[in-house]
Ligand binder design. Sequence first.
Ligand code: ADP
Length: 204
Amino acid sequence: MLVIGLTGGIGSGKSTVAGLLADCGAVVLDVDAVGREVIAPGGLAEADVLAEFGVGVADAAGHVDRAALGRAVFGQPEALARLTAISHPAINTELAARLAALPVASLVVLDMAILVESNLGKLPDGNGYTKVVVVEAPTELRVDRAVARGMSADDVRARIAAQASDAQRRAVADVVLTNDGDRDRLAQRVGELWITIMGWASAE
Ligand code: ADP
């Protein structure tokens, strides 16, 4: 099974690329969605998050209130580190279970906003991602795209500043896919990427 980590900063087009790779036949696992699921009712990390952060992050039903949890860690590196220490191992456990349930010949893409900044997707026994694809786009284009989706330009810029830099992502990339053209151009580049991916799979 070939597992690829797909990452890129906000507005780079990472999710669009994930969708195009799914069209090619990849199994895409949305790591950000798994992150939400592990703290949802019954999720692997729910009880530990509530134990660590207390009733202040619980809703009326006693489940994790994601907005309150976000406020509890926003701008507070120490609190964020405590949350990460609970949630990231749970996400990796969940990912390992999902990968184990897939046919061995699957070509899997882990769609993850946070890759360089974390151990997400790095699983025991070499079962995590072994290749990294980074989607990149000029900052102004990223801001325009995210604004078109309804975010304020200031929020996008703050998010970009808080995320890993292009240089940090490039340093871990096997392939950098530049999304600076129109959708057709992107589809063409993903087609080329798919050929590269086929090569990786056959070399396994
Ligand atoms: P990310 O997941 O990196 O934040 P998305 O894939 O959601 O980015 O793309 C951000 C927005 O830009 C979406 O609305 C998407 O449809 C649009 N988009 C992505 N790539 C292109 C492109 N090449 N041309 C035009 N719009 C694009």
